[in-house]
Design a protein around this ligand. Structure first.
Ligand code: HEM
Ligand SMILES: *[C@@H]1O[C@H](CO)[C@@H](O)[C@H](O)[C@H]1NC(C)=O
Length: 366
């Protein structure tokens, strides 16, 4: 995965360089980047040749946006409401149709050009395992419909999650120019100042301990999927002495665990150094844990590392004016217009000041 992430991140930095000095809404840029990465990994880099990314990005954004609209979320809570006229639901169904059209077309093209024992991307990889068409649904075997929905899961799960984490990292670094400066010093020390062509490969990430600690701290304070996904107990169970009957829906509050004072010192403070203590491993749960842990955790870590390395190597992040972006997440159950399952920030902008030539020091404006 690393060459794909590296290539797309480099192109992202070039786009950012073209806008250097003027305030950019970096959230959207991160979404486009993470969306491209997961599309390339799932469908292969032929989507570049065919220039499909703009249409794919638009479609995935449309699904995410229509789905998070309150008029849809409320149908999830009160299913009976689906019998009433609901323009939101109609828009969602249209978006899903377009999504399925894209995935089906990719499936068809992949099947036509598939070579046994070889794979160019994740869709090829999954198709290799598909059972004969004669096998029936419910047999426990992998069927084409599974590959279709697994691709959808990757596209939906792999876009806003990482993009939002990257945006939170930028917001925190705007509030903590001293940490940003130390991160850049760490990079310069490892790579030589202004060395824009060299990079630290992901396997050597231990060479950048402060960056690693900063990523861990951003994930602790802003686990972007704070309520994970709903689970259901398959048999009677208990937790901390409370009985939980079979069939109970469980919604873990990951963020609660991350702010527990009995585990974390000064839990509300952004303090990456807490992870620099030798032998200190993170007990944070931003990706959930065990059997249903986030499937994309390794990819997300790779993306966070490479994007932040590249970004901080090339630019100093500065607030667009005197005001710093808010650290308050948008209320997660806000009624209008979008109630997101993702911990989002208020819209913000950042100014990217190219590094390497002269001016070095990060934001003084605090
Ligand atoms: C910083 C980025 C990310 C965070 C914080 C995150 C967090 C999570 C969490 C909390 C869950 C639910 C775990 C549970 O059910 O208890 C989850 C599930 C999942 N995530 Fe992520 N995720 C991230 C990135 C990604 C990426 C990049 C992908 C795609 C490659 C992805 C794909 C998935 C999938 C497919 C599941 C469902 C797994 C299952 O139920 O077996 N995620 N993620
Ligand atoms: C990165 O930091 C986390 C959290 O402290 C730690 O568990 C992990 O071992 C570190 N990884 C590397 C490569 O240093």
């Amino acid at each position: 995965m690393e060459p794909v992430v590296e290539q797309l991140t480099q192109e992202f930095c070039e786009r950012m360089r073209a806008q250097a000095g003027t305030p950019v809404a970096i959230e959207e840029e991160f979404s486009l980047l993470t969306c491209s990465i997961i599309c390339y990994l799932t469908f292969g880099d032929k989507i570049k040749e065919d220039n499909l990314m703009p249409a794919y990005y638009k479609c995935i954004q449309e699904v995410l946006k229509t789905w998070s609209h309150w008029s849809i979320q409320i149908v999830d809570v009160i299913p009976f409401l689906r019998f009433f006229p609901n323009p939101g639901l109609r828009r969602l169904k249209q978006a899903i149709e377009r999504r399925d059209h894209i995935v089906e077309k990719q499936l068809r093209q992949h099947k036509e050009s598939l070579v046994a024992g070889q794979w160019r991307d994740m869709m090829d990889y999954m198709l290799q395992g598909v059972a004969q068409p004669s096998v029936e649904e419910g047999s426990g075997q992998l069927l084409e419909g599974h590959v279709h929905m697994a691709a959808v899961d990757l596209l939906i799960g792999g876009t806003e999650t990482t993009a939002n984490t990257l945006s939170w990292a930028v917001v925190f670094l705007l509030h903590h120019p001293e940490i940003q400066q130390r991160l850049q010093e760490e990079l310069d020390h490892e790579l030589g100042p202004g060395a824009s062509s060299s990079q630290v490969p992901y396997k050597d990430r231990a060479r950048l301990p402060l960056l690693n600690a900063t990523i861990a701290e951003v994930l602790r304070l802003r686990p972007v999927v704070p309520l994970a996904l709903p689970h259901r107990t398959t048999r009677p169970s208990s937790i901390s002495g409370y009985d939980i009957p079979e069939g109970t829906v469980i919604i873990p509050k990951l963020q609660g665990a991350h702010l527990d004072e009995t585990v974390w010192e000064r839990p509300h403070e952004f303090w990456p150094d807490r992870f620099l203590e030798p032998g200190k491993s993170s007990t944070a749960l931003a990706f959930g844990c065990r059997a249903r842990v986030c499937l994309g955790e390794p990819l997300a870590h790779l993306e966070l590392f490479l994007v932040l390395t590249r970004l901080l190597q090339a630019f100093t992040l500065l607030p667009p004016g005197d005001a710093l972006p808010s650290l308050q997440p948008l209320p997660s159950l806000q009624p209008l217009p979008h109630c997101s399952v993702i911990l989002k920030m208020q819209p913000f902008q950042v100014r990217l000041q190219p590094r390497g030539m002269g001016a070095h020091s990060p934001g003084q404006s605090q």
